[in-house]
Design a protein around this ligand. Structure first.
Ligand SMILES: Nc1ncnc2c1ncn2[C@@H]1O[C@H](COP(=O)(O)OP(=O)(O)OP(=O)(O)O)[C@@H](O)[C@H]1O
Length: 271
């Protein structure tokens, strides 16, 4: 078997003395799209941050065969690009300057961005439907526009592994599809590997080759979308009532109102 893009073994993460991830194993093949799902607080973002080398961990994390701690900062930035849920944006920064931050690993220390760096930044802005936005200040963008700029920065980085933490949570359905189709196109054209987290389970299942269900910091299930997106697993781990129906590209998860909801009890007494 060829070297996996991501190999996580017996991963433990403690934050503020509290165990957040326990005994997590995960292998992602080069070129694969794996989506991590799970209820709020399950540890999805923590897992992505651990894979990106952004957290102290116990256990082993290797990217393309190299232990993460052996990759120096610039080297790591050429291998892995992370889009966090709420990245910090320096005050007053323009869209173009923010996207150019993605080119930092290619700019020599004390140097300036080259024509190629500028072309790469404008190219991703075009592809993400942001062509007219390059001079806008980041703080003036809508939530969905900002989320696309965060993705633009990651694409401009030219890394082979994309870690996307809820990349479409602020997007309307049209832009959700555009962005995910673009990620998939880039994946096929450039052999990228994608590890994403998503709360929209139907969309998650349409794009992922494989899914990992995290619950309470442990892997509760892993497999194809059809194996993981079952009413039984979802109701057990999300405490949700759902119906799973067959779509054109895999299972679709439809939340349905429970027959006897705790809220349907007599509420005449008020709050
Ligand atoms: N710095 C921290 N100190 C203490 N606990 C933390 C810290 N960061 C995260 N946690 C806790 O770790 C748990 C997992 O958080 P994480 O953000 O990984 O969950 P998640 O699955 O991504 O959740 P969500 O779906 O809500 O985004 C949560 O209970 C969270 O409160």
């Amino acid at each position: 078997m060829s070297t996996p893009a991501v190999a996580v073994r017996e991963l433990q993460v403690r934050l503020a003395g509290v165990p957040i991830l326990t005994g997590v194993d995960l292998t992602v093949a080069a070129g694969e799209w794996v989506t991590v799902i799970g209820p709020n607080g399950a540890g999805k973002s923590t897992l992505l941050r651990a894979i990106g080398g952004l957290l102290p961990t116990q256990g082993a994390v290797a990217l393309f065969g190299t232990p993460i701690q052996e990759l120096r900062r610039r080297e790591r930035a050429r291998v892995v690009a992370t889009v966090a849920q709420s990245p910090v944006v320096p005050a007053g920064m323009s869209v173009l300057d923010y996207v150019l931050l993605g080119r930092t690993p290619y700019i020599p220390p004390l140097g300036r961005e080259s024509t190629a760096d500028l072309a790469a930044a404008h190219d991703v802005l075009d592809r993400l439907d942001l062509a007219g936005f390059h001079t806008r200040e980041m703080a003036t963008l809508s939530g969905g526009e900002r989320q696309r700029v965060f993705l633009a920065r990651a694409f401009a980085q030219g890394a082979t592994l994309l870690l996307l933490d809820e990349p479409t949570s602020a997007l309307d359905i049209g832009h959700q599809q555009d962005v995910l189709e673009l990620v998939d196109q880039l994946r096929h054209a450039h052999g990228l590997t994608v590890v994403a987290t998503m709360h929209d389970l139907s969309i998650a299942g349409e794009y992922a080759d494989r899914m990992v269900l995290l619950a309470d910091g442990r892997v509760a299930a892993t497999g194809t979308p059809r194996e993981v997106l079952t009413a039984e697993l979802l109701s057990r781990h999300y405490s949700a009532t759902v119906k799973v129906v067959e779509g054109d590209h895999g299972p679709l998860v439809v939340p349905v109102r429970p027959r006897s909801s705790p809220h349907s009890r007599d509420v005449r007494g008020g709050w």
